[in-house]
Write a protein that binds this ligand. Sequence first.
Ligand code: C5J
Length: 223
Amino acid sequence: MQIQANPFHYDFDLARTALVIIDMQRDFIEPGGFGETLGNDVSLLAAIVPACQAVLGAWRAAGGLVVHTREAHCADLSDCPPAKRNRGNPSLRIGDAGPMGRILVAGESGNQIIPQLAPVAGEIVLDKPGKGAFYATPLHNLLQQAEVTHLVFMGVTTEVCVQTSMREANDRGYDGLLLEDCTESYFPQFKAAAVEMMRAQGAIVGWTATSAQMLATLAASQG
Ligand code: C5J
């Protein structure tokens, strides 16, 4: 399959490509979670949900592998460095009790992936304690076992967990494509800059395309 992506075409074999959905969890998208404790307007992020749903539905219909991540710490916070927990001046810190349970703690209701994008049986769901999806997770091993070479990214936030994950993937030898309208930031100018810098210099980190381009490519492949 081929998408007329930016800065040039992106070729991929669906059997060797995973759709990686970064941190589409209530903590970042709904009021009362980690995103809001940091002072952000979370309503901006909800706008990408319909485009993410459309791509996820088409990807599943085509039989592609799906990976969901959640930024999550274990209940005793042993995987949360004090530097992460103590930084800044949030209204609630990681591990504190908030309206959707303990902030960024695995198993709490705020830590669940939003219902519109909820994982189904057979999909990989990974809790990650860092910003990158490869740090302290089995993701690379799982992808290698599945002989995956290409990764299509969606999720939040563009310049934090999505960009970090895409850079980690790039350094591990994957060809990454970011779906521009399926990722969002609390800061539109940071999203724009992150998208530009990833595809600059001949796709130095990876490619970008739109959900419409991906949907058209998947539809064409279904004949
Ligand atoms: C942040 C993320 N922004 N998923 N996490 O802290 O981007």
